[in-house]
Structure formats: structure tokens, C-alpha cells
Write a protein that binds this ligand. Structure first.
Ligand code: SAH
Ligand code: MG
Length: 216
């Protein structure tokens, strides 16, 4: 089924180019599929891998750990040379992610903080080279001021689910109970697009991603 963001045959073709994962990532993907955990889509995982190879970040902040899939993917792409802080509020997810981080040997690189992103963010002081926003689609606009404060001067913010099944781009697709989330996601995209201090690119990949950097 198409994601509502891009054409199905294009998606399938791009996914076929990326190919199958193996090892740890494959195991986690299988678990996510069986248990309906919304981990990043293949294209987005591949994009994060690419970005990390370009940027070579020392410090990464992630909002939304779920089972630890994207954290582990990013840790693998940086050859365990980056430090990842990841935030998750759902206790069941936290427990599973902790198990995975331990089982696969990522305890040194991945620091999981249990709590609500908004609360945890206001207590963070470090600066990050990459911030990956993938939690609470209806709150990206509220997370943004904190993320900007925590972003290194030449840091990059990547947001997942930015087009949310296409609903963000078209009122015709919006289902009633998602109206608030959609409105707030639009607000987020306007905030990062209208501000002349930033450059933002929205890409119809996966469920839609946006990438934001500071202008020089
Ligand atoms: N980044 C993960 C997927 C995250 S799914 C991956 O690709 O592997 C989104 C997660 O965000 C869910 O587990 C959900 O419990 C969590 N979440 C949603 N709102 C949150 C909030 N306000 N604070 C912390 N976690 C939140
Ligand atoms: Mg997502």
C-alpha cells in the first residue's frame, strides 16, 4: 500500500535499490513488523546512514526511541564513534529498547532517557550535531525551540513523519481525529521554512522527512 506521500511504484523501486538488511537490523525490523512498532522506513534509515557518513557526528539526539532500531542504525553507521542520547516515554518500549541496547552491545554509545521529550529536553544542556525528531507528531512545533537551543552551530535537524500520510499536504486526506496533529505539523514546517535563519528541505520520502540547518 502506498504511504500517501509518494507513488507506490517509486517507493517500491527505491526500496528495492536499498535491498534487505541483515544481522541486528534485520532482527529488529522483523520484531517491529510483527509487533506493529512504527520504526523508520527503509528509505529513511538509508538516508540517516548517508547523512551520518557525510556529517560524521560526535553527538546525536533522538526523540522517540521505540525499540531502539534507529538509535542502533545510527550507531552502526557511525561505526560506534558517536554518542547517542535518545528519549522515550513509553515504559514498555523503554524496557525493550534497553534490552536491545544491552543484548547487541550498544550500552557505551546509546544513552536512553525515560521521560516525556518536552520535559527531558528542557533539562538537556549539551549540544548535538544531529537531532532526529521522531516522537509525538503533534508536538514537533513545541520541541523545536529546545532543539534549536541544543543544536550545534552547524548541526542538522531531521524530522520524520513530516508529511504524515500526505495529510499535512492536503486537507482532503485529513481524518478528523488527526486534525490537531496535522495542524501542528504544518505549524512546525512553517516555523522551519519561514525563518530566514534556517534552510529547510522537505522530502517526500517514507512518511515525509524535513531537514533543517542554520544559514551561515
Ligand atoms: N525512532 C524509532 C521509532 C520511534 S516511534 C525508530 O525509528 O526506530 C515513536 C516513539 O515516540 C514511540 O515509541 C512513542 O512512545 C514515543 N513518544 C511519543 N511521544 C513522545 C513524547 N512526547 N516523549 C517521549 N516519547 C514519545
Ligand atoms: Mg517515524
Amino acid at each position: 500500500m502506498s504511504s500517501g506521500v509518494s507513488l507506490e511504484y517509486i517507493e517500491n523501486y527505491i526500496k528495492s535499490l536499498i535491498g534487505e538488511s541483515s544481522g541486528i537490523l534485520k532482527e529488529l525490523e522483523d520484531y517491529a513488523k510483527e509487533n506493529s512498532v512504527p520504526i523508520v522506513q527503509k528509505e529513511v534509515g538509508n538516508f540517516l546512514d548517508l547523512l551520518i557518513n557525510i556529517k560524521k557526528p560526535k553527538k546525536i539526539l533522538e526523540l522517540g526511541t521505540a525499540i531502539g532500531y534507529s538509535s542502533i542504525l545510527m550507531s552502526l553507521s557511525s561505526k560506534n564513534d558517536s554518542n547517542i542520547t535518545t528519549i522515550e516515554r513509553n515504559t514498555d518500549m523503554v524496557n525493550i529498547a534497553r534490552q536491545n541496547i544491552e543484548k547487541y552491545g550498544f550500552k557505551k554509545n546509546i544513552n536512553l532517557i525515560e521521560g516525556d521529550c518536552l520535559e527531558v529536553l528542557s533539562n538537556l544542556r549539551d549540544k548535538y550535531d544531529i537531532i532526529f525528531i521522531d516522537a509525538g507528531k503533534g508536538h514537533y512545533n513545541h520541541f523545536l525551540p529546545h532543539c534549536l537551543r541544543l543544536l550545534e552551530d552547524n548541526g542538522i535537524i531531521v524530522s520524520d513523519n513530516a508529511l504524515f500520510r500526505g495529510m499535512v499536504a492536503s486537507d482532503k486526506l485529513v481524518v478528523r481525529r488527526k486534525i490537531t496533529i496535522v495542524k501542528r505539523m504544518r505549524k512546525y514546517l512553517e516555523m522551519v521554512s519561514d525563518n530566514k535563519k534556517f534552510i529547510t528541505s522537505v522530502i517526500p520520502m517514507g512518511d515525509g522527512i524535513s531537514i533543517t540547518v542554520r544559514r551561515d
